[in-house]
Design a protein around this ligand. Structure first.
Ligand SMILES: [Zn+2]
Length: 490
């Protein structure tokens, strides 16, 4: 068992408070990729067990039962029974029961004092029914989700708890930072909305299967993502197969996975990707959940209006992996320009829309913009004039520049360009601080990136130098900013 992280301890405390003080029994715990969901679930289970309470943990597929049991074992939770036909661990008397929602539907609920539901945004009809049943009224139900934004979720769960934001996880080194490049801009004006509010798949496939767009996926990857283990998200099978073929015929070995790909084949593809024998795996949505592959580049060839799908796709590239300093997102779908960076999608409320009603769309703050320097394609954060990737800054018309209808002050000359010597000195001092305080290996580079907007690629990364007051005060200010961000999230 590892020492729990502060946000993990905070998660459990917030749940305890909500149940004990606010007397709320239907709680949604929002945990982004990298937050350590299993560790937190195990902490909640241990807390319940310490009071002698029985717990049910619900997974959303029978195939996830064994890996869940294994993960709990690793966390020291061993008094587990599994509810599933012919499972060797079936034992209803054990205090921690693990079951799939499908099995519960057939066999009914066990006698427990606390229920934890994984991937709770999926809203299984059966669980929703149980949660509304007066017999279960006094039993706490805790939903876990990275994307608790499904329509109507707020009618089932009464409180949303977000112990840490995605940006917070990134600042703490639990999630990999990312850079987004806009690639092609597909014309989606002819694509209608489907029943789920997202683009109609058939029409979308037609648009995205265009030869030039598919060729551009391969060209862009060669320029910006080559060499990195890559996941490419496509619209449908025909599209994914087409993209895979294009990669292959360009001499880039590529794999293909859809939801019918047998487990053994998936594992083989993953092995090949890890070994570098294939570079790109084309897929359709099915690799969005529970996949922890070492990925350094994500290609978005699937335009979507669903923030859930968008976050799930990008999230696959944000796991921290040794040797991969950041994740490159090649957005061929304009998802970033349409919805903003995944780290900026900070919703604080669940949807309370009812069936048939349109989900409310929250007003977007300023959206990111593509750098206008030719061939850069970097997507800049909202209200950033100078491109962090290439340094290009479009001429401001005046000191007050209008952007997205809002007036934005552009401080000209405020940010002087740092010389290489200054940058090297900063890195050496950050290294010193990291070493002295026992920070994670990537910490100095990330701080450096926060400061200068670029990675210290051409610098001596091992250099050490005693920190100046300027660098110390910068690090302190970043920590305060981070703590404030956490306060807001709480
Ligand atoms: Zn640029």
């Amino acid at each position: 068992m590892k020492q729990p992280r502060p946000h993990q301890i905070r998660s459990v405390e917030m749940i305890r408070e909500t149940i004990a003080r606010e007397k709320i029994k239907r709680i949604m715990l929002m945990l982004s990729t990298g937050a350590g969901k299993t560790v937190i679930a195990a902490m909640i289970i241990r807390m319940a067990r310490a009071k002698g309470n029985r717990v049910l943990f619900v997974v959303d597929a029978i195939s996830l039962i064994n890996q869940t049991v294994e993960a709990f074992y690793e966390e020291g939770i061993t008094e587990i029974g599994v509810i599933q036909a012919d499972h060797p661990m079936t034992d209803w008397s054990r205090p921690v029961q693990v079951a799939s929602v499908q099995t519960l539907q057939n066999r009914g609920m066990p006698n427990v004092d606390l229920v934890i539901i994984d991937e709770a945004h999926c809203q299984y009809e059966y669980m929703t029914k149980v949660m509304a049943d007066p017999a279960w009224e006094s039993t706490p139900f805790i939903g876990l989700s990275a994307t608790p934004w499904a329509k109507g979720l707020g009618n089932v769960y009464k409180k949303l708890i977000q112990p840490i934001t995605m940006q917070g996880l990134m600042d703490g080194g639990f999630l990999c930072p990312f850079r987004v490049f806009a690639a092609a801009h597909p014309d989606l004006s002819s694509v209608k909305n489907g029943a789920d509010g997202d683009y109609a798949k058939g029409q979308l496939s037609e648009v995205m299967n265009d030869g030039a767009l598919v060729a551009d996926i391969v060209d862009t990857w060669k320029r910006k993502g080559a060499g990195r283990p890559t996941l490419c998200f496509c619209v449908d099978r025909a599209h994914a197969k087409q993209v895979q073929m294009r990669f292959e015929s360009a001499g880039v070995p590529a794999g293909y996975i859809d939801k019918d790909t047998p487990d053994i084949e998936r594992r083989a593809i993953r092995r090949q990707l890890d070994a570098g024998e294939i570079k790109v795996v084309c897929n359709i949505g099915c690799l969005t959940k529970g996949v922890d592959w070492a990925i350094g580049c994500v290609i978005l060839a699937r335009p979507t209006r669903s923030e859930m799908l968008y976050v799930q796709m990008v999230g696959r590239g944000l796991r921290v992996n040794e040797g991969i300093p950041d994740c490159i997102i090649l957005d061929h779908a304009d998802n970033t320009l349409r919805m903003g960076f995944v780290t900026d999608l900070n919703r604080t409320e669940m949807s309370t829309a009812v069936k048939g009603e349109r989900a409310k769309v929250e007003k977007k703050e300023a959206l990111p913009k593509e750098c206008s320097s030719p061939n850069c394609n970097y997507i800049k954060p909202p209200k950033t004039r100078e491109c962090p990737a290439c340094g290009f800054a479009p001429e401001a018309r005046s000191d007050i520049e209008e952007e997205d209808g809002e007036l934005v002050e552009v401080k000209r000359g405020a940010k002087q360009k740092a010389t290489m010597d200054t940058k090297q000195q900063w890195l050496a001092e950050l290294n010193w601080i990291a070493q002295e305080r026992g920070y994670k290996p990537g910490w100095p580079q990330r701080q450096y990136h926060n400061k200068f907007g670029v990675w210290p690629n051409q610098l001596n990364r091992a250099a050490l130098s005693q920190p100046s007051p300027e660098v110390l005060s910068y690090v302190r200010s970043q920590a305060i900013r981070f703590a404030k961000g956490k306060g807001r999230a709480a």
